[in-house]
Design a protein around this ligand. Structure first.
Ligand SMILES: [Zn+2]
Length: 112
C-alpha cells in the first residue's frame, strides 16, 4: 500500500500533467474505458477520476470533522479537537491552523 504522501504526490502529478498540456478524452476500445490523454501520454481513466475525487473529499471531511468550533475558556471560540484543545499554551482559536490550511488550499475560507 502506498503512503498518504505518495498517494497525494501521484494525484498532484496527474493534475499538473493535465493542466500543463492540452488534453483529450478518448475511448480505449479494448477496455471500454474513457481515457484522458495529453500529447505526451495517457494520464488517467475517467473512472479513476470518478473514484479519486470522492476519496479525496472523504479524506478532507475526515480531517475537518476532527476540528470543530468549541466555546472555550473566557467564552472564546476555540478548536475542540483533541490536539488543538490540549496545547500547553491553551486551545487554538477558531478556526485553528488545520482548518485554515484546508480552507486556504481550497481557495476559500475566512467567512466564519
Ligand atoms: Zn483544530
Amino acid at each position: 500500500m502506498t503512503t498518504i504522501t505518495e498517494y497525494l504526490a501521484e494525484q498532484k502529478r496527474l493534475a499538473e500533467d493535465a493542466q500543463a498540456d492540452s488534453t483529450s478524452l478518448k475511448m480505449n476500445t479494448d477496455t471500454g474505458r474513457w481515457m484522458i490523454s495529453s500529447s505526451k501520454r495517457t494520464i488517467f481513466a475517467m473512472d479513476q477520476l470518478v473514484d479519486t475525487v470522492p476519496r479525496m473529499i472523504a479524506a478532507l471531511e475526515a480531517v475537518v470533522r476532527m476540528h470543530f468550533p468549541y466555546r472555550g475558556p473566557g467564552d472564546r471560540d476555540t478548536c475542540g479537537s483533541e490536539i488543538c484543545s490540549n496545547l500547553s499554551w491553551g486551545p487554538e482559536p477558531w478556526p485553528c491552523p488545520t482548518v485554515r490550511a484546508v480552507e486556504a488550499a481550497l481557495g476559500g475560507g475566512g467567512d466564519e
